[in-house]
Design a protein around this ligand. Structure first.
Ligand code: BGC
Length: 485
């Protein structure tokens, strides 16, 4: 497996220093057997999350999305999309063209969300979103129109209807008061009404994994898993309705937002968590929450590396035992540094520049050790993600009683897209743990923007169909998106 990339990076490190450093890195090297165990635990947790009586306490939430299928190509129109959940907040104007079956991004705008706002009152956050949306509408000459809006809100939400979504808990860097337990669409609409100078049409709420799957599904009909490895990590997939015990119905499939970031929150990953993971969790704004995510995603990987580097320096295995103010500052070692450091060509030079920037006095062995540390942390992340993805693929295959499954995964997120070895290592793990699944990886082109517009477009088409159908069908099904793979 390409986890052996770590041995490649050992060149130029004297054997005695290497063996001492390896002692610290050993807990990050997960054997294939261990990964299989992790996958087996997740398999059980998926079932717990889907169960009618077990889901309340399940760490992997397995949230029904009420999305039952992908676009059929007849969708059309202009849409607004909001994207909140990563490092930036975006507003987009998207046009779906029926004849060409194309989703066009007409324009978009990024709005910064100041850190204080990510931790302040929810009302302030939603007022800011409403103000950014207003600026965008003005700049696009769209004010006065009431366009339907797709809201990609990338946090765990209990979706009640396509336009009613209750935030279960904040993750990543957000922790605004007064939002958990509330309907996010209502909070957005209230903020817009407080302004009173514009309005929006119908709203469809989307998780970024679902947007990713839908936007890739438009290009490849067999896309039935969406995965994000960016600031946070998560995946959704098409589950048989009869297994989703919280939703009535026996036939067809529904997209489930797994929220796999919460895997391990009941302590089931204790054996693989290192002391550094424990510190990252304890010093985060949400201790005890999203343990799996904290071992994998971009918000945390750099900090794990920093803690390791500090420890190695304290034990005189790096920088002649001398740290720097930057190295001692939480979050100062950014995850993007790892991609630069692990670059096949030029990685060592990048390492040296970064160490200089961090105010450290390094020699060539130091820079090689730093590279080794980054590799151990990123490699563990890729393997854990691979194990989780293999679990989903195996589940789909078994659900359908197939000997062999051929499927496509839509992927997004900076860690997956930018890190030089990540995707290869993830794929190698999936091949090992899901040998009967043949998986194509499709990198999403703006799933959070275009995908949200796509879900909104489909919802609109179906709302129209449902209005006709509701003569024949019971009221409760009106809220579902009826689309079939
Ligand atoms: C959130 C998910 C989201 C993922 C990727 C996690 O922290 O809980 O809803 O899909 O990040 O953005």
């Amino acid at each position: 497996m390409s986890g052996d990339a770590s041995t490649v990076h050992t060149d130029g490190i004297p054997p005695d220093a290497l063996s001492k450093v390896q002692e610290y890195l050993e807990p990050f090297h997960l054997s294939v057997e261990k990964l299989r165990e992790v996958s087996a635990r997740l398999r059980k947790d998926l079932v717990r999350g889907l169960g009618k009586h077990s889901h309340h306490k399940a760490p992997v939430k397995m949230l029904p999305t009420f999305v039952r299928a992908t676009p059929d190509g007849t969708e059309k129109g202009d849409f607004l999309a909001l994207d909140l959940g990563g490092t930036n907040f975006r507003v987009l104007h998207v046009r779906v063209v029926e004849e060409e079956q194309k989703v066009l991004k007409m324009d978009s705008q990024i709005c910064a969300i100041p850190k204080e706002m990510m931790l302040g009152p929810g009302v302030q956050l939603f007022d800011h979103i409403a103000a950014c949306l207003n600026d965008f509408l003005v700049s696009q000459n769209l004010k006065g129109q009431t366009l339907p809006l797709g809201f990609t809100f990338s946090f765990p939400c209990e979706q009640k209807e396509i336009d009613k979504s209750i935030l279960i808990r904040w993750t990543k860097g957000f922790n605004c008061s007064g939002v958990e337990g509330e309907d996010v669409v209502k909070l957005l609409k209230e903020a817009i009404h407080r302004r009173g100078d514009y309005d929006i049409g119908s709203v469809a709420m989307v998780n970024d994994t679902v947007g990713t799957m839908m936007s890739c599904g438009y290009r490849d009909q067999s896309c039935e898993i969406g995965m994000i490895i960016g600031t946070g990590t998560n995946a959704c997939y098409m589950e048989e309705i009869k297994n989703v015990r919280r939703v009535e119905g026996e036939d067809g499939r529904m997209c489930i937002n797994t929220e796999w970031g919460g895997f391990g929150d009941d302590g089931c990953l204790k054996d693989i968590r290192t002391e550094f993971d424990v510190v990252v969790d304890e010093t985060s704004i949400n201790p005890g929450i999203h343990n799996f995510e904290k071992m994998i995603s971009g918000m945390y990987l750099g900090e794990i590396v920093r803690l390791l580097l500090v420890r190695l320096t304290e034990n005189k295995l790096l920088f002649e035992g001398r740290t720097s103010e930057a190295l001692l500052t939480p979050d100062a070692f950014e995850t993007k540094f790892m991609s630069e450091i692990e670059e096949r060509d030029g990685g060592l030079e990048n390492t040296q520049n970064i160490l200089t920037e961090l105010g450290l006095k390094w020699d060539s062995v130091d820079s090689r050790i730093v590279r080794l540390v980054c590799n151990a942390v990123s490699s563990r992340s890729a393997r854990l993600c691979g194990a989780a993805l293999a679990t989903l693929a195996n589940r789909i295959r078994v659900n359908r009683r197939l000997d062999h499954l051929k499927t496509t995964v839509g992927v997004d997120g900076t860690v997956y897209k930018k890190h030089p070895n990540f995707s290869e290592e993830l794929r190698a793990t999936v091949r090992l743990l899901a040998p009967d699944c043949d998986i194509t990886f499709l990198v999403s082109e703006d799933g959070s923007g275009k995908g949200a517009a796509m879900v909104t477009a489909v919802a609109q088409r179906l709302a129209h169909q449902t209005r006709l159908k509701c003569f024949y069908q019971s009221q409760k099904y009106q809220k579902y998106i009826y689309i079939f793979f």
